[in-house]
Design a protein around this ligand. Sequence first.
Ligand SMILES: Nc1nc2c(ncn2[C@@H]2O[C@H](COP(=O)(O)OP(=O)(O)OP(=O)(O)O)[C@@H](O)[C@H]2O)c(=O)[nH]1
Ligand SMILES: [Mg+2]
Length: 624
Amino acid sequence: MPDGSHSRALRFAIVGAPNCGKTAVFNALTGGRQKVGNYAGVTVERKTGIARTPAGRTLNIIDLPGTYSLRARSPDEEVTRDVVLGTHPGEPAPDLLLVVADATSPRSGLRLVMELQQVGRPMILVMNMIDIARHRGITVDLERLSRDLDIPVVAATAVRRGGQDEVWRALDAAIDEGIAPAAENRWTPPTAADLRRSQRVADTLISAAVIQPEKPDTVTNRIDGVLLHPVWGLVILLALLFVMFQAVFSWATPAMDGIAWVFDHLSLLIGQVLPPGLVQSFLRDGVISGVGGVLVFLPQILILFLFILLLEDLGYMARAAFLMDRIMGGAGLHGRAFIPLLSSFACAIPGIMAARVIDNRRDRLTTILVAPLITCSARIPVYTLIISAFVPARQVAGLFNLQGLVMFGLYAAGIAAALGAAAVAKFVFWRDQSSPPFMLELPDYKMPRGRDVARGLMTRARIFIKRAGTTIFSMTVLIWVLATFPRPPSGATEPGIFYSFAAMIGHLIGPLLAPIGFNWQISVALIPGMAAREVAVSALGTVYAIQGDTGLIGRTLATSWSLATALSFLVWYIFAPQCASTLAVIRRETGGWTWMWVTFGYMLALAYAASFLTYHLAVLMGAG
Ligand SMILES: Nc1nc2c(ncn2[C@@H]2O[C@H](COP(=O)(O)OP(=O)(O)OP(=O)(O)O)[C@@H](O)[C@H]2O)c(=O)[nH]1
Ligand SMILES: [Mg+2]
């Protein structure tokens, strides 16, 4: 009988410096799909998975955030420290530490190994990225390292099939020999002198076991000469963003038309098969107008993520952080805030969690406060719907698509708002404290891997479709019910919805939102929109469909809203705290209600003020 089936499964924890490929190793061992990316700070929580070794043993594998030392300066590093030391609540210490090091720059990994030796747990060292090391002519003498460190050392290419064979063998061999019980934990936080000493030992180990090529790799340096150039670098960054939004609009159209076609025909079919009545209305006005109306935006979301994933894997994002550092620093944001803010383009929730990599509490709070202002992917359907309805698809200067230009402007407004809010937060709360300097690790450039990118896109698609099938669907059903009942009295002349609960609710809150140009239909759509921003689109689709305005929701809006209302609505979506889950995560990550209410309050005030101004200016200029 294989080990582990009669006793509890062994627990192996993966530890290593940031960006050395720990999660790639984890995914390879467990068949997991955790996010990997070519920048430090991708993993900020512990993740567990199950691995089955070739000899048939079952292992619990724990993936951990990257760290240079157990000294733990930031919340993500504290997770690693606590799991490794066995002080994580409700979790025994791991039986073995699988230390991953980057074979192309093994220094930080080896230093960590030396520190971990104090913990008294068995270890295996994985020299990962051996493919890149070989390509560059770096040779690593694994036996020598193993002898000097007195632990098994194996090479791996975590991202290639079969690249983990040696790791599997080492795991089984370690279990065959019997995992030694934990020795006494002698770890104490290393002092500066300790760190210097282990640095020297690491250098000695490297000079004995690693042969560097005579000609160091200059490709990265040459590319960085251009991409990090203070002027050209910024120009390239802007150009990239620009192309991205153009692409989101122009490439997505055929696919979006295709999806819309399917739903339109489904709706027609239902109209032919089912008699008019509640069931038909539920399917056509509720499900298809609502959920279908949101699903058509999938292509745009995927195109945006295609760009983000490619740039991440290439190693460009850390460079973008470098370029933005001056601008962000001017707004009082820590350099490490870049990755959390970047993640917020997907969704504020991973963005807020990624702020764990910031060690200083004040800088972390500032980042969390402003992350929801960054345009998340849930705003895409809202923005696109309004832009397509109100902005002509004209070419500007023979080069740019006007719709893409407006989209770019909305994203820019979100970024500017985040920078501005950070500056104000710093002024209001933390005026007389300065930020510590920021050390940025620039990863090597890597060719993005098709499989990783495809996996990332699949994950995004799955998240979006799941949202459409759960939150958006249930909110749409709710709206349909509210907009359908009570039924109109007999002899009613207006569409049924005018007698419904939805109309009552809309008319109740309507007066509050009338000053910013919102009609009662928008007021109704905003409430379920708190569950997920896209719901506003599905809710509008349902409300107008029941009202009798069949056909594409965009066309309906174009005829029933003024341009001023549309602009005010767009501006509202830049600022409004329209997402309950984000607020919940802020409460969790800051450990209390205060900052959640601060965020909610300031965003709401900002949204109302900005929409008010936009609406009235637009009316003054004749767009009412
Ligand atoms: N060529 C090559 N690339 C690798 C290898 N292992 C990982 N990578 C790439 O290196 C980058 C970092 O990998 P991750 O697994 O996210 O690194 P990590 O150590 O988990 O990083 P953090 O969670 O941020 O600490 C990704 O772009 C991976 O695709 C490898 O063996 N060879
Ligand atoms: Mg990771």
